[in-house]
Design a protein around this ligand. Structure first.
Ligand code: FAD
Length: 388
């Protein structure tokens, strides 16, 4: 399927694979074992010029869209899912800033991102609204010369390590927020009034530093507001959702691909002393391995189709984009679970690579929009029922 990618995206994929092999894969075990944010991966991506994937070319970036994002997160997720999540959320934050960037946003954020000197990320989730991330309660109060932000975010990937955070905030005078009744602002890391909550210690995705963020009278310049008032549903459906869903679909597809490869290797190499037969000689295991391969290839086909439709502005891109993260999550969980069975006791060892993949894959179903909510939205969009 890679041979259908454009030469430019093939070259970026090749570069990402080289960086992953040299700098990311060797440390993936430590990232998981120590729940360590992958600074080495982000540095390597920056040095290779990959951090500006979503920055327009006139500003020094690659000017790429959804296909490149899904291809690169897949390449990274195959070796270190936490690194793919950190890189992916940086790319989503970048795409949100770039969507309607002012000259200030270009100089302060997008050029430094393109030159590998700035990491950003997306901070939408709150405990009050959970998976319904489009209903923030973090409040934005307008002052003469800017804004004050008060509230609390949960699960911010790259939390405490990024240079800026793209936040969703509701107007302070609103009663209870309506879907889309919010603004997006960029918060600089050094802003007074920011407090990072507990360090991240998850079942999986252990290196992504997904942390709570308390904001107490945090002052943000007026120039840091993204887009115009009333643009926000446009942001959710045109930028946040497609870029986020594609970054996650690529990451979980990468996990599924890695589990498939590890299983193939084990089935071929594990031989019984009494017969000399390999596991690969058993009919049932051949059959189950075929089903794993089919699931991975079907998911890759859906992800690539969704990304291509999104980049082309195809009128029917939305159902594909909604489906691809839900499907990649289902495939990653199913294939890593099958890998755990087919690779036997080797996989069931404490902290085996397959155990790590299974734990990482499980994050897909709880990351908003969750698998449940995506299937709900997909059904509604196919049936012509309003999604929200
Ligand atoms: C590893 C990781 C990284 C993350 N990174 C980020 C990040 O960078 N930025 C960010 O903003 N957020 C991030 N999140 C947060 C995430 O996107 C979700 O907001 C969060 O996980 C929701 O958790 P919750 O427990 O509040 O869900 P809840 O809202 O309590 O939902 C619990 C379950 O109920 C289901 N559910 C709820 N309502 C419905 C419904 N109407 N129909 C069907 N099912 C429903 C959900 O699908 C879910 O399975 C991250 C989360 C994880 C796990």
């Amino acid at each position: 399927m890679d041979d259908q990618l454009s030469p430019r995206i093939r070259a970026l994929q090749e570069l990402a694979r080289e960086v992953v092999e040299a700098h990311v894969a060797p440390h993936a075990g430590e990232v998981d074992a120590q729940a360590a944010w992958p600074a080495h991966s982000m540095k390597a991506f920056a040095e290779a010029g990959l951090m500006g994937l979503q920055v327009p070319t006139p500003l020094g970036g690659h000017g790429q869209g959804l296909v490149a994002l899904s291809v690169l997160t897949e390449a990274i997720g195959r070796a270190c899912p936490s690194s793919a999540l950190c890189f992916g959320m940086h790319c989503v934050g970048t795409a949100v800033i770039a969507a309607k960037a002012s000259p200030v946003h270009e100089e302060r954020y997008l050029r430094p991102i393109a030159h590998g000197r700035h990491i950003t990320t997306l901070s939408l989730s709150e405990s009050g609204s959970g998976t319904h991330f489009y209903l923030p309660r973090t409040r934005l109060t307008q002052l003469d010369d800017g804004f004050i932000i008060d509230g609390e975010k949960q699960f911010t990937t790259n939390g405490g390590h990024a240079d800026s955070y793209v936040l969703s905030v509701a107007p302070a005078n609103g009663e209870s927020p309506q879907a889309g009744d919010f603004s997006c602002v960029v918060l600089d890391a050094e802003t007074d009034g920011i407090e990072w909550l507990q360090p991240w210690a998850g079942l999986g995705m252990r290196g992504n530093s997904s942390r709570g963020l308390r904001l107490t009278r945090a002052r943000v310049p007026a120039a840091n507001l993204l887009g115009e008032q009333g643009d926000q549903l446009w942001y959710v459906f045109e930028v946040v959702a497609p870029y986020f869903l594609m970054a996650m679909a690529g990451t979980y597809l990468g996990i599924a691909q890695a589990a498939l490869e590890a299983t193939g290797l084990h089935l071929r190499s594990r031989r019984y002393a009494h017969s000399g037969d390999a596991l690969a000689d058993a009919d049932v295991l051949q059959h189950r391995y075929a089903a794993m391969w089919m699931a991975v290839e079907k998911t890759r086909g859906l992800v690539r189709e969704a990304a291509a439709r999104g980049d082309a502005g195809h009128a029917e891109a939305l159902p594909y984009i909604l489906a691809c993260k839900a499907d990649a999550g289902d495939t990653a969980v199913q294939v890593t679970n099958d890998a755990m069975t087919l690779c036997g006791g080797m996989a069931y060892r404490e902290n085996s690579r397959i155990a790590q993949m299974l734990r990482d894959a499980r994050a897909s179903h709880v990351m908003a929009p969750t698998t449940e909510v995506l299937k709900l939205w997909l059904g509604r969009s196919l049936l012509g029922v309003p999604m929200l």
